[in-house]
Design a protein around this ligand. Structure first.
Ligand code: F6R
Length: 609
């Protein structure tokens, strides 16, 4: 969602702020803007749509300045137009903000009563006038910031530059991420470490409620109680090319093709490849845990759904899987010694973060699987297990999903061992299976020509159904999500056995049905029957099957388009079949000419509920 970048320096910052905005694009946005102070005056440029539009504006009407803030806005309060775009400024301050000021309506009313005239529909504008009010009262910038923070509620991160103090930048964080970067005679701020790592490897992650005052040569951080605090300066490393597209056309394509390496690296961290045992441990007490609650959103939620099948089968523990936005408001029951496991690529998804907060308050043992170190979720959970996927820039999650599944598979094995329900032989079998995954994925990735043909049969469809059973049911849901989010074709995933209970009414000759059906799982025959039911109703069926599955389809004279999958064990099938789901969505989106990496309306990191 909204992205913030800022620099205070002794040199012109404009080209770098524009570069920083490009680095934030992946978060999702619909307008962008920049403000600097030049010769004692604010210079503000804003534009709706892609960053190119803002660059065009700054080209036609150039600006400069040694201090500046930039913003990519994902509209919440007010439509995406130039007036609502950030920075929001008056003659005193210029503000960029991520998150929501929940009490903005009452603050707006009281500021209007004092004579302030609001020009935008945003909640952000209240920060501008609150600040102005305190500055007019004669408060120093830092005291004004403290007063503003006392007035506003909600989840936010913001940065402010002040006309009267043209080298000072004030920043605050509560519920939305904000990182400070320390440079040589300049300071940076950003919504994530990726953006500040463009200029420095020394970063400070602000904690909840922290705020700071920055000048080119100094920084001071304060906590919620207004005490000066000394903070740890961390070193960030981003591997070369980790944030570039390399030779690929899209980040999503690059990230799909990185998966053999990503799974390999994640396995190296968590599994012993000589003994075929898991090295992963958790602080949680699995032996006495009465239940596991898995909580996440979107694709990460589907990873949790796959894990439910695994946990129940191998670790014999009852599992609930919840969508975070439901979990946090559901008045659920928390059992003594219960474990809550949250899954999040970004580590910033607000609903997942709040679900974790709730579980912590309810004295649950908490574990987080995240891809971004130092993210809010990573900092709150008592146990953190990283996915080693590297930065995921494409809005549609790909490599993070399969890395999450790899971590989950290892937790399942560890939990099963702790609960005394898995033998060493079985552990070795499962680990052996997991170590085949990078190779199996490489085989799937070689199938692109076949995937392209399938995409041709989907390109014009108004709707597509994805079906599967067992662990391939969540994979069907994930396939449908991938297709709808990047190609904008309506798609739904169903448990194959559920079709007859309603969705089969959707079947006609125009509705392709994509079937995930590995032959060596116990659901194969049942899925085949479901395929026959939809074929009988005229559907075009696209079957993802291995060689035995293909023979079964031929023996039963089931007309279908086949995407040949490698033989793999039931345990790892969801990881392997997910790759084809990603490729099908990617190629269909290419044919439809959509914006694969930044699909409309979507944000990579969902920091508002
Ligand atoms: C879909 C997708 C989203 C995310 C969801 C959760 O491709 O990327 O559904 O999975 O927004 O995000 P994280 O995992 O960052 O909490």
């Amino acid at each position: 969602m909204c992205g913030i970048v800022g620099i205070t320096s002794f040199q012109n910052v404009v080209p770098r702020i524009l570069k920083g905005l490009a680095c934030l694009e992946y978060r999702g946005y619909d307008s962008a803007g920049i403000a600097t102070i030049d010769d004692g005056n604010f210079e503000v440029r804003r534009a709706v749509g892609k960053l190119k539009n803002l660059k065009d504006v700054t080209h036609l009407n150039p600006l400069q300045g040694n201090i500046g803030v930039g913003h990519t806005r994902w509209a919440t309060h007010g439509v995406p137009n130039e007036i609502n775009a950030h920075p929001h400024s008056n003659d005193y301050v210029s503000v960029v903000h991520n998150g929501i000021i929940e009490n903005h309506a009452e603050l707006r009313k009281s500021l209007e009563n004092k004579g302030y005239v609001f020009v935008s529909q945003t909640d952000t504008e209240v920060i501008v006038y609150l600040f102005t009010e305190y500055l007019k009262e004669g408060k120093e910038p830092l005291l004004a910031l403290q007063s503003v923070l006392g007035d506003i509620t909600g989840a936010f991160a913001f940065a402010i530059i002040l006309k009267q103090n043209p080298d000072v930048m004030l920043v605050a964080r509560q519920g939305s991420p904000l990182v400070i970067g320390i440079g040589q005679d300049e300071m940076y701020i950003g919504s994530d470490a990726l953006v500040v790592s463009l200029w420095t490897d020394k970063v400070i992650y602000l904690n909840e409620g922290d705020y700071a005052i920055l000048t080119p040569a100094s920084y001071q951080v304060y906590n919620q109680k207004h005490h000066k605090i000394s903070v740890e300066v961390k070193t960030v490393e981003f591997k070369e090319n980790a944030v570039g597209k390399g030779n690929y056309n899209h980040f999503m394509q690059k990230e799909i093709f990185e998966q053999p390496k990503v799974i390999g690296e994640t396995l190296l961290h968590y599994a012993d490849h000589e003994n075929f045992t898991t090295k992963l441990t958790t602080k949680a007490d699995w032996k006495n845990a009465p239940r596991l609650s898995i909580v996440a959103c979107g694709t990460s939620y589907y990873a949790g759904m796959v894990a439910k099948y695994w946990f129940e089968k191998y670790a014999h523990i009852p599992v609930d899987v919840d969508i975070a936005s439901e979990f946090r408001y559901r008045d659920g029951v928390f059992l003594d010694k219960g474990i809550t496991l949250v899954i999040s690529q970004s580590g910033e998804t607000i609903d997942t973060l709040m679900a974790l907060t709730l579980a912590t308050e309810q004295k649950q043992q908490t574990i987080a699987i995240v891809n971004v170190p130092e993210s809010s979720i990573a900092r709150l959970a008592s146990d953190v297990l990283m996915t080693y996927a590297g930065p995921e820039i494409g809005v549609a999650s790909t490599k993070a999903f399969t890395a999450q599944l790899t971590v989950l598979a290892n937790i399942v094995i560890y939990a099963a061992r702790q609960r005394g329900v898995m033998s060493l032989t079985q552990e070795k079998e499962l680990l052996t299976d997991l170590f085949t995954v990078p190779g199996l994925i490489m085989t799937v990735l070689q199938n692109e020509a076949e995937v392209h043909k399938i995409a041709l049969s989907l390109e014009k469809a108004d709707g597509v159904l994805f079906i599967g059973r067992g662990t391939n049911f969540p994979v069907a849901l994930e396939g449908a999500l991938k297709l709808k989010e990047i190609s904008y074709i309506h798609a739904e995933g169903y448990a194959a056995g559920e079709l007859k209970h309603g969705p089969i009414a959707l079947i006609d000759q125009e509705t392709p049905v994509i079937v995930n059906a590995p032959s060596n799982d116990k659901w194969f025959e049942k899925t085949l029957s479901n395929v026959q039911e939809v074929v009988a109703r005229g559907a075009t069926v696209i079957c993802l099957v291995d060689v035995i599955g293909q023979q079964a389809l031929e023996a039963n004279h089931i007309p279908n388009i086949t995407l040949k999958m490698p033989m793999c064990s039931t345990f790892v099938a969801p990881i392997v079949y997910a790759i084809s789901m990603q490729l099908i969505a990617y190629h269909t989106a290419l044919l439809r000419g959509t914006d694969v990496d930044q699909p409309r309306n979507l944000a990579k990191s969902v920091t508002v509920e």
